[in-house]
Design a protein around this ligand. Structure first.
Ligand code: NAP
Ligand code: G4F
Length: 351
C-alpha cells in the first residue's frame, strides 16, 4: 500500500462517478472505479475530464456478487462510494425487475462484501430525492416521510434502509446522501435537462428543429453536479455516519428550464416544443425542493451555482461541442452516438 488513501467508486463511468473521481484525485487519493464490460467502452466522461489515465479500472457488475467482492479485494479501499445504479426513472417502469436487482439488491451485494472483507471501510450510498415521491410536503428534509412513486424510487428506498441496517446492525460507517437532481454537461442524454440543452444547441445551429417532451409542469430542485460530489466526500469525513439532504432549496419547472435554455440562443421556446405521450410516466413526482440546512450546519456544504448559471453552463457547452463537430472535430462526447428518441421503439409508459 502507498501512503495514499484508497477510494473505490462503483459506477465511475457515470456523471457523478467521473466528477467524484476527479475530485478525489485532486485530494490525493488513489482512485479505483468499477465499470461494466460493455461491447463498446463508455469512458467518454473520464476522457473529457482528462483523468482516464489516472484512475484504476476494475470490471464489476452489481448483478454479479463475486465481481463486487473482487473489486473490493483488489482496491483495498478506505472509502467506497456506491454510485452505480440503473438511475433513469422512466426506464425503471420499463424494466422494474432489473432495476430492483441493480439499484436495490446491488447495494446489499456491496455492503455484504464490505462486511466480510473489512468492516472498517466507510460507505457512501447514493440515495435520492425521488424517495419523497409525489404530493409530498415541501421543502423536504431528512425527517419528512418517504413515499416512493416509481420502481426506481422503491429500489432506492430499499438501499436507503439497508444502508441504515448495516450501520446500526454491524457498526459499519455507512451514510446516505439524499441528493436532489444535479446536472452538468456530463449528464446522460436521457435526463430532461441535458435532452433540452443538447436539442437547443442543435436547433440554434440548424441541425434539428423540435424537441418532444413529456410532463413540462414537473418541478425539480436542480443543482450543479461537480459541487454535489464534494458533499459525498464530506459525509465520509465526519466523526459519525449520518444521512443528509443535498439540494439548492429552489424549484423550477421543466417549462422554465426550456424557456431559459432557448433565451440563451435568442429563440422563443413556443416555436420548438412538442408534447409526446411516450415521455409521460405512469406516476410522476410533481415537486421536489430540498432543505439542505443540516448539511450546511454539519458539513459546511452549500450550493454555489444556481439555476440560471446551470442552464447557461449546459447550453453553452452543448453549443460548443456541436460547433466543433460541424468543423469535423472528434473528441470524447456522447451526443453523436445517441439514436434520436423519436426512432426508439417503445410503447407509451401510460396504459
Ligand atoms: P449515471 O450517470 O446513470 O451513472 C450510473 C452508473 O452506474 C454508470 O457508471 C453505469 O455504468 C453504472 N451501472 C449501471 N448498471 C450497473 C450494473 N448492473 N453494474 C455496475 N454498474 C452499473 O448516474 P449519476 O447521475 O452519475 O448518479 C449516480 C448515482 O446517484 C446513481 O445511483 C443515481 O441513482 C444517484 N442519484 C443521482 C442523482 C442525479 O440527479 N444525478 C440524484 C440522486 C441520486 P455504465 O456506464 O456501464 O452504464
Ligand atoms: O430528468 P429526469 O428524467 O429526472 P428525474 O426523474 O427527476 O430523476 C433524476 O433525478 C433523481 C433525483 O430526484 C435521481 F434519483 C434519478 O437517478 C435521476 O437522476 O426527469 C425530470 C422531470 C420528470 O418529472 C419528467 O417527467 O422531467 C420530466 N420530463 C418531461 N419531459 C421529462 C421529459 N423527463 C425526461 N427524462 N424526458 C422528457 O422528455
Amino acid at each position: 500500500m502507498t501512503g495514499k488513501k484508497h477510494a473505490l467508486i462503483t459506477g465511475i463511468t457515470g456523471q457523478d462517478g467521473a466528477y467524484l473521481a476527479k475530485f478525489l484525485l485532486d485530494k490525493g487519493y488513489k482512485v479505483f472505479g468499477t465499470y461494466r464490460r460493455l461491447s463498446t467502452p463508455n469512458f467518454w466522461r473520464l476522457q473529457a475530464l482528462n483523468i482516464f489515465e489516472k484512475i484504476n479500472l476494475i470490471p464489476a457488475d452489481l448483478l454479479d456478487a463475486p465481481s463486487v467482492i473482487e473489486a473490493i479485494e483488489i482496491s483495498e479501499p478506505d472509502e467506497v462510494y456506491h454510485l452505480a445504479a440503473q438511475s433513469f426513472v422512466a426506464a425503471s417502469f420499463e424494466q422494474p425487475i432489473g432495476t430492483a436487482e441493480i439499484t436495490g439488491i446491488g447495494t446489499t451485494r456491496v455492503l455484504e462484501a464490505i462486511r466480510h472483507i473489512n468492516s472498517k471501510i466507510r460507505f457512501y450510498q447514493a440515495s435520492t430525492s425521488e424517495l419523497y415521491g409525489r404530493r409530498n410536503t415541501v421543502p423536504q428534509n431528512e425527517n419528512i416521510p418517504f413515499s416512493p412513486s416509481s420502481p426506481y424510487a422503491a429500489a432506492k428506498l430499499y438501499s436507503y434502509w439497508i444502508t441504515k441496517i448495516y450501520r446500526e446492525g454491524y457498526n459499519i460507517f455507512a451514510s446516505n446522501g439524499i441528493l436532489f437532481n444535479h446536472e452538468s454537461p456530463l449528464r446522460g442524454m436521457e435526463f430532461v435537462t441535458r435532452k433540452v440543452s443538447n436539442a437547443v444547441a442543435k436547433i440554434a445551429l440548424g441541425i434539428e428543429n423540435s424537441i418532444e417532451l413529456g410532463n413540462i409542469e414537473a418541478q425539480r430542485d436542480w443543482g450543479y453536479a461537480p459541487e454535489y460530489v464534494e458533499s459525498m466526500w464530506l459525509m465520509l469525513q465526519q466523526e459519525k455516519p449520518d444521512d443528509y439532504v443535498i439540494a439548492t432549496n429552489e424549484a423550477h419547472s421543466v417549462k422554465i428550464f426550456v424557456e431559459e435554455a432557448f433565451k440563451i440562443v435568442n429563440l422563443d421556446w413556443h416555436d420548438y416544443i412538442k408534447q409526446d405521450e411516450r415521455f409521460l410516466r405512469p406516476l410522476d413526482v410533481d415537486l421536489l425542493i430540498g432543505d439542505y440546512s443540516k448539511a450546511k450546519r454539519d458539513l459546511g456544504w452549500e450550493p454555489k451555482i444556481r439555476f440560471d448559471s446551470l442552464v447557461e453552463i449546459m447550453v453553452k457547452e452543448d453549443l460548443r461541442r456541436w460547433e466543433r463537430w460541424l468543423k469535423g472535430e472528434h473528441f470524447p462526447w456522447d451526443a453523436p452516438s445517441y439514436q434520436s428518441e423519436a426512432k426508439i421503439l417503445t410503447r407509451s409508459l401510460r396504459v
